[in-house]
Design a protein around this ligand. Sequence first.
Ligand SMILES: [Zn+2]
Length: 76
Amino acid sequence: MTNYKALYGRVWRKEHAEQERAKRRERYARLKAAGICVVCCKRPARPGRAKCAECAIRHSLQDAVRRKREREEGIE
Ligand SMILES: [Zn+2]
């Protein structure tokens, strides 16, 4: 027996995810071209960067936390 509902759901999610990705990419390019932070869409981005100072700091903190957790869990 084939579970058509699950099959259809998977296809739809895949298409939807691709649409979302395309939209995000478009938004990113638009904001970057306008010199606006791509994360908060409010503050101006730092020169030559895609993010404002505040978002860059937050992102680097999140990244540090993630790296620490990965190290503790033994994920290389
Ligand atoms: Zn920002």
